[in-house]
Write a protein that binds this ligand. Structure first.
Ligand SMILES: *[C@@H]1O[C@H](CO)[C@@H](O)[C@H](O)[C@H]1NC(C)=O
Ligand SMILES: *[C@@H]1O[C@H](CO)[C@@H](O)[C@H](O)[C@H]1NC(C)=O
Ligand SMILES: *[C@@H]1O[C@H](CO)[C@@H](O)[C@H](O)[C@H]1NC(C)=O
Ligand SMILES: *[C@@H]1O[C@H](CO)[C@@H](O)[C@H](O)[C@H]1NC(C)=O
Length: 530
């Protein structure tokens, strides 16, 4: 396959040849000179392949352990790691996540060199390894990682982090982007494009392609305001979106494979029924409960007047603001905002009863042509009522019965995030971690903005004359996101290749079709001709 849509996360790389192992420090290394540090990122149709190449010399008169540490985006996966020492190349063995931890421990026990990936901060993971290099010898590290860029809030972000730990004379970041329908806007952000360092960034654009180069001098790497004697440290963030001329989406064919990018924007919003399930247990005390109140105040303000909503507060007991969902008229929203101001922390955490209450409220309020959404915010693990996570998942899945989407927001690090994520994924939603920080309220609002404007629901993308398809059924399509389906064209022939998207929406968008409100209808039917 050209595209890998469910990348595994690689946790370790084993080298059976080396003997010394690791105690890794994030410190600049003495007598070690990085002669060049290059990052080359190539994006084609939202798929980014990034290669980091670092050439390092051991200037010491003894053999020395040399570290290689880089940060890569969390949803990227490492596809290749290679070291070249004195002309000899050693390829890393890429292991799948499940087997990795054990094999890593075994490799360490055998005294072999190995690499690990661990999470740092909100968006990055760190890859670390080290190798012993003879006196006055050189080593080249080459790490390749790949990621499918996700469209959020109507744009893609390519994040590149650089922290070589010393000024490097030959330092380069090169990015090239090619998007066939054309690039509609492009912006370079991040701390590497600020202050004096911004002078080292050049951007060139043609219709379908863009190139970004970042070539700071050694001087710039030490004198910039965020730089130290250890050089620069920061992110370059390239934000862009693509042209969308065809509302049915863009279909790209490569050899016998196709990729369908579906992100229509010219639709009207579809009303939603949404229930917010808010944890007010004792652990939410202080800043967390304040931030939640503040975020809810904004989120309620963003509801559309066609939406209906409900509010549930829970600790060991479950309270509803109103017994039924009510329409998000401005007077109702104002009443809800008054109520939110009074939320106080207390008690323990009964997630099971709270979510089941939400399901019950939505079930009582089935409106034809509306989608049902549950948003659970919690900072703890279930510890009252049904507190076995597996049984809660079974209860919730059964109650929801595929009729609603459940989104779980895990606040801070005391949550059982694994449980929240599994529960969201098996109920057509997703989970997000909310980092306990001064901007938690913005993070909550940012999540809500992603699901604020529902355009289609209960979607099915149908392909004739194709096989080996990736996921084709989606419960929701929100404005600013994108659905991507890839597959193989049967018999390598476009003759019989057809695409159809079936979904619920307020109205079909093709002008030739009469509006069919509140019905699941065929939204597009395009026959491709080449
Ligand atoms: C970056 O990588 C691409 C793909 O391998 C290659 O074609 C290109 O020349 C590289 N760019 C630079 C500046 O090395
Ligand atoms: C969807 O997003 C686009 C781009 O941000 C915007 O122009 C459009 O009005 C949005 N649609 C709705 C229904 O809000
Ligand atoms: C596609 O599916 C067919 C069987 O339906 C299988 O023989 C073939 O190997 C698959 N191709 C890929 C690339 O998975
Ligand atoms: C694909 O080719 C096979 C054998 O040549 C043929 O039997 C089959 O009908 C073809 N399928 C399509 C969808 O054209």
């Amino acid at each position: 396959m050209l595209f890998s849509f469910q990348p595994c996360i690689i946790r370790i790389l084993g080298f059976s040849i080396f003997f010394l192992c690791m105690l890794l420090f994030s410190l600049p290394q003495e007598d070690v000179e990085i002669s060049s540090f290059h990052i080359n990122s190539t994006v084609t149709s939202r798929y980014a392949i990034t290669v980091i190449t670092s050439r390092v010399k051991n200037q010491h008169t003894d053999s020395k352990e040399i570290h290689f540490e880089v940060k890569i985006p969390k949803n990227a996966f490492i596809s290749k790691f290679r070291m070249t020492i004195e002309g000899k190349t050693y390829d890393g063995v890429v292991k799948e996540k499940e087997a990795a931890q054990q094999q890593y421990s075994e490799a360490v026990a055998r005294g072999e060199s190995a690499g690990v990936v661990s999470s740092v901060g909100r968006t990055l993971e760190e890859f670390k390894t080290s190798v012993t290099v003879a006196a006055l010898s050189k080593v080249t590290f080459e790490l390749t990682y790949e990621e499918l860029l996700q469209r959020r809030h109507g744009k893609y972000d390519l994040l590149i982090n650089a922290q070589p730990m010393q000024p490097v004379a030959d330092f380069k970041i090169d990015v090239s982007i090619k998007e066939n329908p054309g690039i509609s806007f492009l912006e370079v952000k991040g701390d590497l494009n600020s202050g004096e360092l911004a002078n080292a960034v050049t951007t060139t654009r043609s219709g379908e392609e863009a190139w970004i180069h970042f070539y700071p001098t050694s001087d710039q790497q030490t004198t910039c305001s965020s730089c130290t004697e250890n050089g620069l440290n920061g992110d370059l963030i390239i934000t862009y979106d693509v042209e969308r001329t065809n509302p049915n989406g863009d279909i790209q064919i490569m050899n016998k494979y196709f990729v369908h990018f579906f992100a229509p924007a010219n639709l009207i919003r579809t009303p939603k029924n949404v229930v917010f399930i808010i944890d007010r247990s004792g652990s939410m005390y202080g800043r967390k409960i304040q931030q939640t109140r503040s975020a809810l105040d904004h989120i309620l303000g963003d509801l559309d007047s066609g939406d209906h909503f409900g509010l549930i507060l829970f600790d060991s007991s479950v309270d509803v603001w109103k017994r039924e969902l009510i329409q998000a008229t401005s007077s109702n929203v104002n009443l809800a905002k008054q109520f939110v101001k009074t939320i106080q922390d207390r008690g323990t955490t009964d997630i099971n009863s709270a979510v089941l209450k939400g399901v019950e409220m939505l079930n009582k309020h089935q409106r034809e042509g509306s989608a049902s959404i549950l948003i659970l915010l919690t900072d703890g693990a279930p510890n009252t009522g049904e507190s076995n996570p597996d049984r809660i998942r079974v209860n919730v899945k059964e109650a929801i019965g595929k009729k609603m989407s459940l989104y779980c927001l895990g606040f801070g690090f005391d949550v059982n995030y694994d449980f929240l994520e599994k529960m969201a994924l098996e109920n057509n939603g997703f989970a997000r971690r909310i980092y306990e920080d001064s901007d938690a309220s913005d993070q909550l609002q940012g999540f809500y903005k992603e699901v604020a404007t529902l355009l289609l629901f209960d979607l099915e993308l149908l392909y004739e004359g194709a096989s080996n398809l990736t996921e084709t059924a989606y419960s929701m399509y929100y404005n600013g996101s994108e659905i991507i389906v890839a597959g193989e064209i049967t018999n390598n022939s476009l003759e019989s290749f057809k695409v159809e998207v079936v979904a619920f929406s307020s109205r079909t968008w093709t002008s030739s079709t009469k509006s069919t409100i509140w019905r699941r209808s065929v939204l597009s039917f395009c026959v491709l001709k080449f």
